[in-house]
Design a binder for this molecule. Structure first.
Ligand SMILES: [Zn+2]
Ligand SMILES: [Zn+2]
Length: 359
């Protein structure tokens, strides 16, 4: 049986390479991809921002078990698994041996491994813009709850698991106030999880659709950046809404100014969680004394410990009907039209594109 894998050799060009679908390694799995999504990093790849070497796009997916390797009868949580079952994998592996893994902070593993750089490298299917995906023996994967559709499950292994972990790293507790700067995908997932743990949530954004979505994903209050145009005005408004200062501020707007604003917003002794800024090229001048005199805790979070994907899928099983998760993906394309999905994502005509791989 043949399958196809996408490769981006250079900006705005995508190729599909065909190979025999391999047999799974002992302890591993070969999945048939059902849905994979255009996430921010694929748009960066499409624009050629990952250097001159080619890249293999795709890390978010849901799929079905195509074939089980020898000895595999359960997912990474011990739930029995058979061929045809719906699953979602973590898109990287951690080593469980480095200083961070041993200390329990697997998201900061110093030996994380991702897929290959070129699909010619066996076992070929190591990224998810593909008809199939090879799950390594040491890679975590989980069965998808029956009531969680592929369109939702396919995004659980990225934004959702990352903000779930970031709220834990920021120790957001019952009764605390969380300010979320940016009501994109990361922000909306954070709002729903924060509400479920009994926090009060204030969302800040400047677009009608995103403010509306924030309320639908559980925000108690929203602050419109068009109405409160500078950081001082927003701070004043947020303190009015809190009757004081917020305990925790999550930065998911992805601009350096928002990081500074987060530190200004948090209460003395509060916590700032930085997730959104991912570009080395974007900088801002920051007075470090702000951190000193406010006794701030600043926590940076990239990825998540692999088992957070299980926690995300469990959360979705419980809350799938409470929040409009299905709407987070606003366009789907067959895998063969990935170029169109990437172009339209780059032009921001669509927020989240899904690719249906079994076309
Ligand atoms: Zn490690
Ligand atoms: Zn992603």
């Amino acid at each position: 049986m043949k399958g196809r894998v996408a490769y981006i050799p250079t900006a705005h060009k995508i190729e599909f390479h065909e190979y025999d679908v391999p047999a799974p390694a002992p302890g591993g799995i070969v999945a048939a991809v059902t849905q994979t999504n255009v996430c921010g990093s694929e748009v960066h790849m499409w624009k050629g921002e990952f250097g001159r070497r080619g890249v293999m796009p795709g890390h978010e997916m849901s799929g079905r078990v195509h074939s089980l390797g020898a000895g595999v009868s359960a997912d990474s949580a011990g739930v029995p698994i058979r061929e045809g079952d719906r699953i979602a994998p973590v898109y990287y592996t951690v080593c469980y041996r480095c200083a961070n893994c041993v200390a329990g902070n697997h998201s900061a593993c110093t030996n994380k491994t991702l897929g290959a750089r070129h699909p010619d490298e066996p076992p070929h299917f190591t990224s998810t813009f593909a008809t199939h995906y090879v799950i390594k023996p040491e890679q975590q994967f989980y069965k998808v709850p029956d009531n969680v559709p592929d369109v939702v499950a396919s995004a659980a292994n990225c934004a959702m698991s990352q903000v779930y972990w970031s709220l834990d790293r920021g120790r957001l507790a019952y009764g605390e106030t969380l300010v979320v700067l940016g009501a994109g995908g990361l922000g909306l997932h954070a709002m729903a999880i924060a509400k479920a743990r009994g926090a009060r949530v204030i969302a800040v954004d400047g677009f009608d659709l995103r403010l509306k979505q924030a309320r639908r994903f559980g925000a108690d209050e929203t602050v419109d950046m068009r109405e409160f145009a500078d950081a001082d005005a927003r701070g004043k408004r947020i303190r009015e809404l809190c009757h004081g200062w917020p305990d925790v501020v999550l930065e998911v707007a992805g601009v350096p100014e928002a990081f500074l604003e987060a530190m200004r917003l948090a209460r003395i002794g509060g916590r700032v969680i930085e997730v959104g800024n991912i570009s080395n090229a974007l900088t801002i001048a920051i007075p470090p004394s702000l951190i000193t005199f406010k006794s701030l805790e600043v926590v940076g979070v990239a990825t998540y410990p692999p088992h957070y994907l299980k926690k995300s899928l469990d959360f979705l099983e419980q809350h799938i009907d409470r929040y409009p998760y299905r709407e987070l993906c606003d366009a789907t394309f067959p895998l063969s039209r990935a170029a169109e999905a990437l172009d339209r994502s780059e032009r921001r005509e669509i927020t989240r594109a899904g690719l249906l791989a079994q076309d």
